[in-house]
Design a protein around this ligand. Structure first.
Ligand code: MGD
Ligand code: MGD
Ligand code: MO
Length: 760
């Protein structure tokens, strides 16, 4: 077991504290927003305020004065930056020239102010009118076969715009509605549905306060959901235990100084977060959890022999689950040797962790990309559910399964129809509401869309947010294939790399952010979003828009739709744009159980709960029960170990939101001034004949015949398990094969990429 307070070679302070305030200030040294923008922070995550545009962590009903974290503040201020990227920006720069720019520098140019069309003759973007842009987009889409167009959504846009976007795609004639979750928690949607009949997590806010134990697998709250650290700190103060499985020692899971607690701030008092920290190998969680399950079985055997209370929740297992006997048989047959080998952890360490699990009454299993982004990611999740089911830790207070979602409305977009799988959408309702026959064949998810793009079958890509070209695997191939299309349309707030590979016709359409005043013919409009706990919240923007030319996401979707689809009395694009409440009525009519009294309830403090069967122990699976899964593999990597082959983890720094790079300070890992690093165990460095600080290159070792290489990385000795190396996302995306993904959900395996390392 790793020391929970290790002396790292790079020794950062605790998460939170003064560092987080400094972190907010530093980010804006270069692009400091107006002072009035700071007022926006006060309104974050409060009723009639604005729901954070950063992550999807829920908002408490009893909010504090400042209900935001370092990264929520950065996300807000980044969008409200004073800098503007107007049409004049293009007078002395070409698109090709900008490809040499870093992601950080592209976004630093500021908010986009005008709709832009790519002009191939001058290799520049030029300003166009909205009407001209919509007309050309509509006319081009009309010339294509419906299957050849893709409607991508990154998880930002609100429920109203997202609902209309899905309607646009279906009226146009396809279900090609891939979403950022296809690279993220799709594993959760598929994996959890299979075993508990719900695509989303099962806990609600009050469960956080009732739990006496948290098991963390591959989720990094300090960087990616910092407001989670507050309930964790409270949990520790009431004596709850926290056990972490993560190859990287993440500071937020080690200790935390609450920046919202004056006493903590003055005294520097840090709360220790993890009681145990286990540095599992990348892809070693199936084995680690199997080990924990073995410990639970052994404890139950002992209790039986001694006629004590059972450790297994036998009543729950009998009444609510299926597959238990086979699962137990497999777990019992597993040897500790193979578990130790595959997990990289000792039996003693797993017994220590298992002892905490067995002693706890109410356990929450938390996870993130460390479980979802592997070739057997769905198996990872099924194993975590196995562990929870053994002691009835799903569907009762203080217990449950907690996938921590990424984008602020990524879960909600799925709820209102952004889904490529036809069976997930109530097509009968759409048919009745809009008088058309929705397409019944499944559309493409991200991996399928990219494969079709490589095969020349995709001719148009519309993106509601996001930076797909930078976020997907096989970036070099993407950069070749993307411009071959007839049309690319990107609804964006700032310049990003995806804009720099324009198709034959290419438009960049600038939109309002959630912080900005959205005035339409029917008055000021609000938008709604759904968080990780299935709570729906309204937001009202109040900031003056960055440019008078900007349109809301909903208005842009409606503009494209009006220009693309034949008119129909049921398609009231203008009325919907004037009053988003009418769109919420449509959402309620389509999903009456989830959105009862939508317009009346959208500003309830903390949001209103959409409900979740699994939370009530109603299992919407084929068998009507929760399912124990018999593991068919003990590693989640999906390839064999080989001499010289490493497992690469792609990391997020504390100074980025996905492909938006705020700066070069990964404070919690003490990596400053650069992102071009490769972190490696010191013994591995020696064994590979390399040396610390040397410049190295990584080569993909995925066996599909493609060459993939990333050079210029400074090798950095770091406390990682042997055989596991780490470097940053998105820079490493050139190394990932589009074919290397979770078997069931097709989520790219971004946390176990096979690589070789050489001197550069
Ligand atoms: N500030 C900030 N906030 C964000 C984001 C951001 O980029 N910046 N992104 C948002 C989005 S879209 C998402 S999806 C979430 C992502 O948030 P997380 O789910 O936390 O995602 P990551 O940071 O990619 O990876 C999580 C952890 O998995 C660990 N890990 C890697 N491989 C393994 C493994 O094999 N096993 C185990 N047990 N752990 C492993 C890594 O060391 C890392 O600490 O955050 C959201 N919030
Ligand atoms: N190797 C590797 N690859 C990964 C991951 C990983 O861990 N490792 N993580 C994956 C995950 S979890 C995700 S979610 C994806 C993310 O993939 P995407 O969602 O496609 O990427 P983002 O970086 O979140 O998108 C940033 C862009 O969104 C636009 N934007 C920002 N705010 C708004 C807004 O309010 N409205 C609109 N319309 N646009 C806006 C801006 O122009 C900005 O440049 O990447 C995935 N890729
Ligand atoms: Mo994500």
């Amino acid at each position: 077991m790793a020391d929970p307070n290790p002396e790292l070679p790079h020794s950062p302070g605790p998460a939170g504290g003064w560092g987080s305030l400094k972190g907010i200030a530093q980010t804006f040294g270069e692009s400091w927003p107006t002072l009035a923008a700071l007022d926006s922070l006060r309104r974050l995550n409060k009723p009639k305020g604005v729901m954070c545009t950063s992550c999807a962590w829920p908002k408490p009903a009893n909010y504090s004065a400042f209900e935001f974290c370092e990264n929520g503040a950065k996300a807000a201020l980044w969008e409200l930056a004073a800098a503007r990227c107007g049409p004049a920006f293009w007078t002395d720069r070409t698109v090709t020239e900008l490809r040499a720019w870093k992601d950080h520098d592209l976004e630093l140019t500021g908010r986009l102010t005008h709709p832009l069309r790519y002009d191939a003759a001058s290799d520049r973007y030029v300003a166009v009118t909205w009407d001209a842009a919509f007309a050309d987009i509509g006319a081009t889409l009309q010339t294509l076969q419906p299957e050849a167009a893709v409607f991508y959504a990154s998880g930002h846009a609100g429920l109203e715009a997202s609902y209309l976007y899905a309607l646009l795609a279906r009226r146009y004639g396809n279900n090609n509605l891939p979403q950022s979750s296809n690279m993220c928690h799709e594993t959760t949607s598929i994996g959890l549905t299979k075993v508990i009949g719900s695509p989303v997590g099962t806990i609600v806010w009050d469960d956080l306060a009732a739990a006496d134990c948290f098991f963390f697998f591959g989720q990094n709250p300090g960087t990616n959901s910092p407001r989670f650290l507050h309930p964790l700190q409270e949990a520790k103060q009431r004596g709850a235990k926290i056990v972490t499985f993560n190859p990287v020692i993440e500071q937020g899971l080690v200790s935390f100084v609450n920046p919202q607690n004056p006493l903590d701030m003055i005294t520097g008092h840090a709360t220790q977060i993890s009681d145990q920290y286990h540095q599992v190998r990348s892809g070693g969680d199936v084995a680690a959890i199997a080990g924990l399950c073995k410990v639970v079985l052994a404890a139950d055997d002992k209790a039986l022999a001694e006629s004590k209370a059972r450790v297994l929740d036998t009543e729950f297992i009998a009444q609510h689950t299926t597959g238990f006997d086979r699962f137990v048989e497999t777990i019992r047959a597993l040897g500790w040797d193979e578990i130790e080998h595959e997990s990289g952890l000792t039996r003693a360490a797993l017994e220590d962790a298992g002892a905490i699990y067995v002693a706890a009454e109410r356990v929450i299993g938390v996870y993130g990309m460390g479980l979802t982004q592997h070739a057997h990611g769905t198996l990872n999740i099924a194993m975590l559910v196995n562990l929870l089911l053994m002691r009835g830790n799903i569907g009762r207070p203080g217990a449950g399964c907690c996938p921590v979602r990424g984008h602020s409305n990524v879960q909600g977009q799925r709820t209102v129809g952004i889904a490529e799988k036809a069976h997930l959408v109530p097509m009968d309702k759409l048919q009745a509401l809009f008088d058309f026959d929705p397409p019944t064949t499944d559309g493409m998810n991200i991996v399928e869309a990219v494969e079709a793009l490589f095969a020349g079958k995709v001719k148009a890509f519309v993106s509601l947010g996001g930076n797909l070209l930078r976020a997907v695997p096989d970036q070099a191939r993407m950069e070749q294939a993307w411009p071959q299309q007839e049309l690319t349309v990107m609804v964006s707030t700032k310049l990003n790399r995806s804009h720099l590979f324009p198709a034959k016709k290419a438009y960049v359409l600038p939109c309002l952010t959630r912080h900005e005043l959205d005035n339409q013919a029917g008055g000021t409009q609000a938008v709604t979003s759904e968080d990780s706990f299935s709570m729906i919240n309204g937001s009202i923007g109040h900031r003056e828009p960055a440019s008078p030319e900007l349109k809301s996401e909903l208005a842009i979707v409606a503009g494209i739709a009006r220009a693309t689809l034949p008119p129909h009395p049921r398609l009231k694009w203008d009325a919907w744009t004037a009053d988003y409440g009418l769109v919420r009525d449509l959402i309620e009519a389509t999903y009456p159980e989830d959105f009862r009294d939508f317009n009346q309830r959208m500003f309830e403090p903390g949001g209103f709960y959409r409900g979740n069967g699994a939370h009530e122990r109603i299992w919407k699976t084929d068998s009507g029960k929760a399912v124990f899964t018999d593991p068919e593999a003990l590693s989640s990597i999906g390839f064999k170990d080989a001499p010289g082959r490493f497992r690469l983890i792609t990391l997020r720094s504390n100074d980025q939101f996905n492909t938006t790079i705020y700066g070069y300070s990964d404070r919690f890992r003490a990596i400053e001034g650069t992102r071009d690093v490769l972190l490696m165990n010191p013994d591995d460095i020696v064994e590979a004949g390399l040396s610390d600080r040397q410049t190295v290159a990584m080569l993909s070792d995925y066996e599909d015949g493609e060459e993939r290489r990333l050079g210029g990385l400074t090798l950095t000795a770091y406390q990682l398990p042997r055989g596991t190396v780490a470097s940053y996302y998105p820079e490493c995306n050139v190394l990932i094969s589009i074919h290397h993904h979770d078997q069931l959900s097709k989520t790219p395996a971004s946390k176990s990429i096979p690589v070789r390392i050489t001197a550069d």
